[in-house]
Design a protein around this ligand. Sequence first.
Ligand code: SAM
Length: 313
Amino acid sequence: SWTDENEAIIATNTDATECKRCAVELGYWKDDYISYFVKHADRKAPEINRGYYARVRAMEMFIHQFLERCGTKCQIINLGCGYDTLYWRLKDSTQAVANFIELDFPSVTAKKCHIIKRNKQLLEKISNEDGEVIIRQGDLHADGYHLLGCDLSCLGEVKRKLAAAGATGELPALLLAECVLVYLRPESARALLEHLAGAFPRSALLVYEQCNLGDKFGEVMLRNLSARGCSLAGERHCREPAAQAERMRALGWEQARSWDMHTVWRALPEDDRARVEALEMLDERELLLQLNAHYALTVATRGDMFADMDLNA
Ligand code: SAM
């Protein structure tokens, strides 16, 4: 049923958070906040940890490129944010942005709100001295941070929530979609992306998700996805990265580039790769190669300011 499907989709957030916590505990990257969001994480396979590292590191690299180009007078919109901790990590750097907006299903944002309220370390980064934190019907509004429940496949709702959070076409926008569009029906994902491209003339969109699902390994991934509420993954995720970039251009983005994660991995700084490779021995190198070949990062931009964002920029 509709509800069971959504339950399964919502559970993917718990899974992602556990994987991130596991990798953080093993020293893959630093995140002082992830442990507030999930109490316990079983140890994952080294290939999974390495995959998560590449994903987090690559997102971070492009977030940095974006901020380098426009400074912090901008907004970040995190679509299907789950328990992502980026807001707090940026707040600890010198790169806190003017407005940070997070959207997910209401049941996810309500839980995230609850966790934030209960933990001083999270809450204190949101409420400044004179700033007020308003929590209303599972939504959280503060100065520069908004966490809002909505169904991303309902464009009207997305528009209302973005407006309530103060999103504006006047400021550069960084849009994040990490393992989320795959759970939307193709027509909903299209409508959402097309709307966002139109609404934010100076923007960059980072999409991380499955690709190349047309082969044997991809078939297994598709079965996995459909077990988790994603029944319609076939249409576009069977495609190769180049086709994903093409699709973004067709939806109104001016530039779009896409790479599989094997290519992304090789483009990461040599020092980072060496450090991470020394953390754990791989049991199954072939599995890592397969995983990397079946995930892609796409960067789509509008506006001259962001036109040169690239893997090796
Ligand atoms: N982006 C986060 C990350 O990378 O850690 C979470 C990824 S998790 C695999 C997918 C998230 O997308 C879940 O939190 C899920 O609730 C959210 N999601 C999927 N479909 C959605 C929809 N139609 N509306 C709102 N959120 C959705």
